[in-house]
Design a protein around this ligand. Structure first.
Ligand code: GLN
Length: 493
């Protein structure tokens, strides 16, 4: 079996009977064992996975045809999966087995997908290195040329999904993105990752972090796979009051459309403080887009630097409220020692949450408290409004898409990340949080390799529901970068 199969290649192989879904599942389950030290998966139910692959084979034999029929997909452990443990990689949820299926995973199942298992992530999706997981860190299979012994992290919080796709331990995976958790791991891992418009994918059955910012999306090997996955995941859901009732087009039809005449904005604020490698990559991408007929326009988004501080007020505020439900009574792992109800709550929460989650709850509670609400939370919401208006008036009134970096650096080492202060860690999100704050769709596409041989991504941000345009331009970048060839140069273990 050829390695690193894409969704279309799998579908073709299944149709032509080159392999069965069952064989494919066996192949991935074996690879997962061989690469268990990467710690990509936190829950596997092999019998269930093989049984659903077999059912898919029976459906294929009957002539059924669905976009993901028989395709093995990995699921971030933040999506509730009926009868399969869902922990958000927190001790407090380590025994939680949902009785319902999240809408996004149900949509994937309805499209014929077969699930391999649940992937590692930062606890409650809080982090940028996948080092806050209750189940331990997870690792990228790549090596830096200059430091071949250094263990690298895949980024976070969807680190397990990124590792699983990049190491070919599944065909594609789901992720979630509150401040960059799909795009940053995608950039570190040489993958495509899209956070769609807020409201495009239902949040029902996703473990909530910051509800006004959380969005589901795919991590995939190619732009085409991302287009197929997103179409399957998205759709109106009356069970989520913020779900958008819009038609979801077949995004693959955008891929080969001409980009002639499209206007791509580069905001000077995103270039400030950027390292030379990132700047050179953006110049290269700019020239590819010009060659393809786009017009590249200089723009200015003056609110850019306010997004990160606003995010680190709004997200913890919402998290502190969302995580109040984990009290040792429902869903959760209860502390063993307590002598009254207060102690039950306190001990269960003290023992069940990790350090970073506690920091967010404390920060969130502080900014929402009576004396500080106006000084922090209300101001952050005002900034959010300014950022939205800035995008509207100074970007999308003039251009179709914005081109900018995804991350300030390439993948870093596990020790480097362990030594970062919380603020240093938060700074990794400096280019990604803006799209969440404004509810806009944004993608990270692999566009090159660093001098040290690691993947580098670039980001495209679009106006609400401009996913089609995003895929169209991403496809040009993917083809021009010829990343499938570049990938072969990465030192992989
Ligand atoms: N890294 C960011 C944080 O720690 C974003 C997380 C996310 O998108 N879930 O909050």
């Amino acid at each position: 079996m050829k390695n690193y199969l894409t969704i279309s290649e799998v579908r073709k192989g299944l149709e032509s009977k080159e392999f069965s879904s069952y064989e494919l599942m066996q192949h991935y389950l074996k690879r997962i064992k061989d690469y268990s030290r990467l710690n990509a998966y936190v829950t596997l139910d092999e019998d269930k996975a093989l049984a659903s692959a077999q059912q898919a084979d029976e459906r294929i034999a009957k002539g059924e045809d669905l976009p993901l029929l028989g395709v093995p997909i990995a699921v971030k452990d933040l999506f509730c999966t009926k009868g399969i443990r869902t922990t958000a990689c927190s001790k407090i949820l380590s025994e939680f087995v949902p009785e319902y299926e999240s809408t996004v995973t149900q949509n994937l199942l309805d499209n014929g997908a077969v699930f391999i298992g649940k992937t590692n992530m930062d606890e409650f999706a809080m982090g940028s290195a996948n080092i806050t997981s209750y189940f331990g860190a997870c690792f990228l299979p790549y090596r830096k040329k200059s430091k071949p012994d250094m263990e690298l992290v895949p980024g976070g919080s969807s680190g397990g999904s990124a590792t699983a796709v990049a190491s070919d331990l599944c065909v594609a995976a789901t992720g979630s993105d509150t401040g960059g958790s799909i795009r940053q791991p995608a950039a570190f891992s040489g993958l495509v990752g899209i956070k769609p418009t807020y409201g495009l994918c239902s949040r029902w059955g996703m473990v909530a972090f910051a509800s006004s910012l959380d969005q589901a999306g795919p991590l995939t090997k190619t732009v085409k796979d991302a287009a197929i996955m997103l179409k399957a995941m998205a759709g109106y859901d009356p069970k989520d009051s913020t779900s958008e009732n819009v038609e979801i087009p077949d995004y693959t039809t955008f891929l080969d459309q001409s980009v002639k005449g499209m206007r791509i904005g580069i905001a000077k604020e995103y270039l400030e403080g950027l390292n030379d490698e990132n700047l050179a990559l953006l110049e290269k991408v700019k020239s590819w887009l010009i060659d393809a007929g786009c017009e590249v326009v200089d723009i200015s988004l003056k609110t850019t630097s306010y997004a990160l501080p606003a995010y680190y007020i709004i997200a913890p505020a919402e998290a502190s409220s969302n995580l109040a439900r984990y009290d040792g009574v429902r869903y959760t792992k209860r502390a063993e020692n307590f002598s009254n109800i207060d102690e039950l709550y306190i001990n269960s929460r003290s023992e069940g949450f990790g350090e970073e989650v506690k920091r967010r709850i404390l920060t969130g509670t502080y900014v929402l408290s009576a004396g500080y609400y106006d000084a922090y939370y209300t101001r952050a919401l005002k900034i959010q409004k300014m950022i939205k208006e800035d995008f509207r008036d100074n970007a999308f009134a003039k251009v179709d898409l914005i081109l900018c970096p995804t991350t300030p650096s390439t993948a870093f080492g596990i020790e480097e990340s362990a030594n970062m202060t919380p603020i240093e860690m938060y700074l990794n999100d400096v280019y990604t949080v803006n799209a969440n704050i404004a509810g806009l769709p944004a993608i990270s596409v692999p566009a090159g390799l660093s001098k040290d041989g690691l993947p580098m991504g670039v980001q495209l941000i679009g106006n609400r529901f401009a996913e089609g345009d995003i895929f169209k331009v991403s496809h040009v970048i993917e083809k021009s970068a010829n990343f499938a060839e570049l990938r072969k140069e990465i030192i992989t273990i």
